[in-house]
Ligand binder design. Structure first.
Ligand code: PLP
Ligand code: COI
Length: 339
């Protein structure tokens, strides 16, 4: 490898890589798109993305296999989710072929930054769709920028498969019942910053958000979905329109049922019933699987499995998921796209 990076000790930080992809939508159509070395976006000061939050993004990774090949994990699902986000915010949709082609171009152009197999690190890809142009009224833009940039990353929550402590956010919601919680839009993250900062200042890895209508059910764990393994061995993950439909979560639902032989389902996860879980985890592209050591809720302190060790079922799910992503375990049909 030509680049000088300490792959084993990467965090989750921006790095200005040589190439990114950019495409413009104007007069009802996308241009062909191209790679560029310029990491600055040029747009009108009145762009809807800047004023009214008309933007959406994705998070995905490229993985180096032990034979040195590079692969993507279910990129068609990221394309479909960005399209759903675009429909919710009345933005121009990026067709699946264009989305996957853009991601492939960025991975190939920055190939030397895809971390070596065995380091645990990956190339994180950030597709971004923003409304631009000269509009000041509150209405959908007629021009858009679609860009994809990348950087090598390690663990999102410090320590990888090491249990982390979380706290329930009782003062702030991240989403509204019929709002945009189910879409990957910047506004959801802006709305979560206050709770996140306060949780981190209090020594937690992040805040846990409850359902915004009754505040009795678990929804999200910071920027990741929640799942738990009950004492009876059932895999349960919350179902709600204000949760981001996590591609990792749907993959784990499948693996829990088909590879581990567990009952696996989406359903309500009431805070009052948290003690039904033997093991709890947070899952997502950036978080991968982060074991949840404990959840604090006011005076209540729920501990799952152990505050220092990963539980056996979460370990098995992690090995299965990560084994598939890095090409060490055969993937279900259609999950892997070779770059
Ligand atoms: N929930 C939120 C709020 C997120 O930001 C993410 C990250 O994308 C996830 C869940 C996990 O989704 P995925 O597994 O598709 O990365
Ligand atoms: C991801 O898991 O890809 C995310 O987008 C989470 C966060 C970094 C925003």
């Amino acid at each position: 490898m030509a680049v000088n990076i300490d792959w084993e000790n990467l965090g989750f930080d921006y790095l200005n890589l040589p190439f990114r992809y950019i495409s413009y939508y104007k007069d009802g159509k996308w241009d062909a798109g191209k790679l560029t070395e310029d990491n600055q976006l040029h747009m009108s000061e009145s762009s809807t993305a800047l004023h009214y939050g008309q933007q959406g993004f994705e998070g995905m990774k490229a993985y180096r296999t032990k034979t040195g090949e590079i692969q993507l994990f279910r990129p068609d699902r990221n394309a479909a989710r960005l399209q759903a986000t675009a429909r919710r915010l009345r933005m121009a949709e990026v067709p699946t072929d264009k989305f996957i082609d853009a991601v492939m171009q960025v991975v190939k152009a920055n190939e030397e930054y895809v971390p070596p197999h065995g380091t645990g690190a990956t190339l994180y890809l950030r597709p971004l769709l923003i409304g631009v142009g000269d509009i000041i009224g509150v209405k959908p833009a007629t021009e858009y920028i679609f860009t994809v940039f990348a950087m090598p990353v390690g663990a999102y929550f410090k320590g990888g498969l090491v249990p982390s402590k979380f706290v329930i956010s009782r003062d702030y919601d991240r989403a509204a019942p019929l709002g945009t919680g189910g879409s990957k839009v910047g506004g959801n993250y802006a709305a979560s910053l206050q709770a996140e900062v306060e949780a981190k200042e209090a020594g937690y890895a992040d805040a846990i958000y409850l359902d915004p209508s009754t505040h009795t059910k678990i929804e999200e764990v910071g920027s990741a979905n929640f799942f738990g393994i009950t004492k009876e061995g059932e895999f349960i993950t919350p179902l709600s329109t204000s949760i981001l439909p996590s591609i990792t979560k749907y993959s784990l639902l499948y693996l829990a049922e088909h590879h581990l032989g567990l009952n696996a389902r989406e359903g309500d996860v009431f805070v009052k019933d948290l003690d039904q879980f033997a093991e709890v985890g947070a899952c997502g592209t950036a978080a991968v699987i982060t074991p949840v050591a404990s959840i604090d809720d006011g005076e209540k302190h729920h501990v799952f499995y152990s505050e220092t060790e990963v539980g056996p079922t979460i370990k098995k799910l992690y090995d299965e998921l990560v084994g598939i992503q890095f090409g060490d375990i055969e993937a279900p049909e259609g999950w892997i796209f070779k770059v």
